[in-house]
Ligand binder design. Structure first.
Ligand code: 5GP
Ligand code: ZN
Length: 114
């Protein structure tokens, strides 16, 4: 069995509230939402973090960012604004080591982040 929980969501052996998917990516609701909208957008292929992405992944990374944009539009977040963030490694606060973009919206975000 795959030990990566996001790979398990991709293969369907772990339940998730799916928002959107295509051949390269999957989007689903975060289990512990930090904003009224909190969606995770991930590549179906396992990549540990953006730090492990290569030159060949440039298109995929753009694809994931555009998926965030589309979901933001569908959810009515575009006008008020929203945040897209990816955490990398320990200091970045990454806890699941399968690349993901957090799409957060529905409230005013603060800066700097904690
Ligand atoms: P990170 O801390 O790595 O940037 O973000 C990991 C995110 O994954 C967290 O926001 C956490 O709530 C979410 N998460 C962890 N386990 C699961 C799970 O099994 N299902 C879903 N839907 N989200 C998860
Ligand atoms: Zn994975």
């Amino acid at each position: 069995m795959n030990t990566c929980i996001f790979c398990r969501i991709v293969e369907g052996s772990m339940p998730a509230k799916l928002v959107r998917q295509d051949e390269l990516s999957l989007a689903f609701e975060d289990i512990n939402p930090q904003a009224p909208t909190h969606i995770l957008v991930i590549p179906k292929r396992h990549i540990r973090s953006v730090q492990e992405a290569g030159e060949n992944d440039a298109g995929l990374l753009g694809h994931l960012m555009l998926a965030c944009k589309e979901i933001a539009k569908e959810r009515g977040l575009a006008e008020a604004g929203y945040r897209v963030v990816t955490n990398v490694g320990s200091y970045g606060g990454q806890t699941v080591f399968h690349l993901h973009f957090h799409l957060l919206g529905g409230r005013h975000m603060t800066w700097p982040p904690g």
